[in-house]
Design a protein. Structure first.
Length: 256
């Protein structure tokens, strides 16, 4: 395993109890980073991750946080700063369940909820994280997006449309806050061989879209979970100290 360098303090992971967030939390803690992470509904998974963090020899805590509530996001972030003394990394691994459907056929509630969670939720993270990182002399912000921001994936409009906004928010903040030592990057996630039960149900009901997508990947396979986790933690770490404003696809060459 590559060793990733982090300064003293801790990391914040929004959405640290999901299938992707859990892997990111684990790898951060294995690289001696204290971790504060949020969950929304999955308290059982969050507690398992706290035990995992402790077993990895670092400190951590978790809270239920609704990204639509800016006060909750700010209070959680401030608690992390108080607990760890410094925040060096902020990672966003949240995201709603995406329904694979032509955008014109999408349910209005699905469309509105996806925009809210992805765009407003990430903006609330930025509003809380940037002042803290400024206090700490800089740091990194890393978020998950989708490979569809680089190359459209059929029926993935509910994912690509809001995450294109997130993609451009990252570039904007990288330009505006770079002089404060703040780096901002995104990881454009392709087909990864780890999904939640609800995501698997959506894939199974999509009429073979996932199988068709696999045929378009030059490497001819789904990505391994650790290949995604390593990319995220690398970008968050000091190993990537001169990388900012970038979107790194982890998609087996799909977007090339």
């Amino acid at each position: 395993m590559t060793n990733y360098r982090f300064s003293q303090g801790g990391a914040i992971v929004f959405g640290g109890s999901g299938v992707l967030g859990s892997g990111i939390v684990d790898l951060l803690s294995k690289n001696n980073a204290n971790v504060a992470f949020t969950y929304l509904n999955n308290k059982e998974s969050a507690q398992k991750n706290i035990n995992m963090i402790n077993n990895n020899g670092v400190n951590g805590f978790t809270e239920e946080v609704n990204l639509m509530n800016l006060s909750e996001v700010k209070n959680f972030s401030e608690r992390a700063l108080k607990e760890f003394g410094k925040i060096h990394s902020v990672i966003n691994a949240t995201g709603p369940l995406i329904h694979l459907t032509p955008i014109a056929d999408a349910k209005l509630d699905d469309f509105y909820n996806t925009l809210d969670t992805d765009v407003i939720g990430f903006y609330h993270i930025l509003k809380s994280a940037i002042p803290i990182l400024k206090k700490c002399g800089g740091g990194s912000i890393t978020t998950l997006t989708t490979t569809a921001v680089h190359k459209y994936t059929n029926t993935a409009g509910l994912s690509s449309i809001p995450k294109t906004v997130v993609h451009n928010l990252c570039k904007t903040i990288a330009r505006e806050e770079g002089h404060n030592g703040i780096r901002v990057n995104s990881v454009a996630v392709g087909q990864i061989s780890i999904v939640s039960e609800k995501q698997q149900e959506e894939i199974d009901s999509s009429g073979g879209v996932a199988d068709e997508f696999l045929k378009l990947i030059p490497l001819g396979r789904s990505g391994k979970p650790e290949e995604l986790f390593e990319t995220v933690v690398f970008l968050a770490s000091e190993n990537a100290g001169y990388i900012s404003g970038q979107s790194i696809p982890v998609d087996g060459g799909y977007s090339s």
